[in-house]
Design a protein around this ligand. Sequence first.
Ligand code: IMP
Ligand code: MG
Length: 176
Amino acid sequence: MQEYDLVLRISPQEIEQRVDQIATRINQDSAGKNLFVIGILKGSWMFCADLIRRLQMPVEIDFVRLASYGMKTETSGEIHITKDVEASIGGRDVLIVEDIVDSGSTLGWYLEYLRKFRPASVKTCALIDKCERRTVEVSLDYVCFRTETGFLVGYGLDYAERHRNLPGIYEVRFLR
Ligand code: IMP
Ligand code: MG
């Protein structure tokens, strides 16, 4: 594997503040609802854990694992479900929690897939909106951070399964 450095981009304190603000907005927007939160594995689990602790309405949580083929820093676009949610989605108010939206193909594909099950409503929440390479337009209701470029790790995000455990978010800088 090519050598690289990690450069801090977002500190644990900044993450905490921002998750707090986003949770406040969700609490206002979805007050009185029973939210069915669907976390997209594996990247969003840490974010999900912090977010749902701040939600004040009744919340049910489940996870879906979406895999795109390959271990690259770019999604191939071909997506499949390797672990589905266990409860039924029909008539539910769904909040999808994703780690990073990059090309948009993963979330775009999943939103399309969910429609078949006729949820009452679907909102999307992303830890990071990486807008530069967007090829599939997806509507993001809640975004913690926006970035143009850079491959990010930490706070659940990985590079080849490494660094998910870091409490802050770092950029991978490849060395020559
Ligand atoms: P998309 O389908 O191109 O939007 O890619 C979304 C998925 O690729 C995310 O759910 C992440 O798992 C992964 N991904 C995209 N960019 C990054 C990154 O900078 N760090 C870690 N994972 C990333
Ligand atoms: Mg992901």
